[in-house]
Design a protein. Sequence first.
Length: 427
Amino acid sequence: MGVTEVWQLIRRRWPILVAGMLIGVVVSYGYLKTLPTTYTASSTCYVSMATGTSVNDSYQGGLAAQERVRSYLELADSQTVAQKVRDQLGLPISAQTLRGRITATSPPATTLIVVSVTSDTADGARRLADEVVSQFRALVAQLESIQVNTAPAARIAVVDPAALPAVPSSPKRSRILLMGLLAGLIVGGAGAFARERLDRQLHTSADIAAVLPAPILAIIDDGRPGAPGELRRLRTRLSPETKSVLLTALSRDSVPEVAIGLARTLADTGARVALVDADTTGAGSSAQVPVPATPGLTGLLRNDAPLDDAVTVWEETGIAVLPLGEMDLRTPDLLAGPRFAEVMSKLRIDYDHIVVQGAPVAAAADAITLAAHCDVTLGVIELGPTTSGQVRGAVATFGPDLLTGAVVYSRPGGRARKLLARIRSRR
């Protein structure tokens, strides 16, 4: 996967990534709440040997001190020291538990010993560290004394006494939260990758071209500055002899915006244009065109009403609009009858161009009937909600031979807007 594919994945699946990171942070924060807070206090000691005053004696004493440091590290956190500290302070914990809280380290090639002790409180950690060092020094003095009332061969001096810890030593909150964030990002990335691989929705024109047997004549991004230009490009790609155009959605839902846009761009040339709403799903262009109610197409088909009574003019554009009218169960059958052929013949005489919007192929079989009365049939595919399976199924139902080309359409805030439209249509 290249950089471009990764960027597109992030743009399309960023909610999954954000959700994964949030979950990771929440889980790590919950884990932090289960961890006890501990403080660590440390004291630094210096080991020296009783030697002569010459340089050689001092050198030999330093080497001997370094050799002893290795053993002293074992003594500092020994069971004996822990037991003495427990008895001295009257602690309610066992010597073995206390021993687990003591650590002793030594920087390489030095005679320094750093004794660290952890506790639930800052003051408790300091008190324990001081007492551990005190008992450790006493034990070393006892072991290094060859005779009673004589100076020990080795001596341990406190360089830095234990200080009161300012902040807890554990848990490492920032580190754990960062690890949770990174883990959430990894999980979110895996989820986004899996969702991308399993997703059959069409997000780009390239996705559509891979499943569509017809050419893409226009890519209309509604609400963007380039949308009018794409409608003009669609107009110029239609043959000059094209008089009637059928638009039917290969997506699940109707897309009346394309039929309205094409009718307007044809009318902008000064041509006489008729916009016919033959969408029997009720989601056609009639609801979006501000024209008075008329008997409409259904009135013409049922009652042999005059064409002039059913057609109304959209004053703003000069387009003659033939709305659907009041639909009933017979409307799809009447579209397949001779009366609709007569209506189309009259429109061909009175207008230069006729734009017919039919129901989506997946919703009704009207498009196959309507295509017989139109010069060109265009499939409209909405990016985002439409899947490759829906397009393949629509093409298989409609037949690739009837399809002249396709128009790709995307709307701003497509899913949210579509959901609102569905809610309103059910009221």
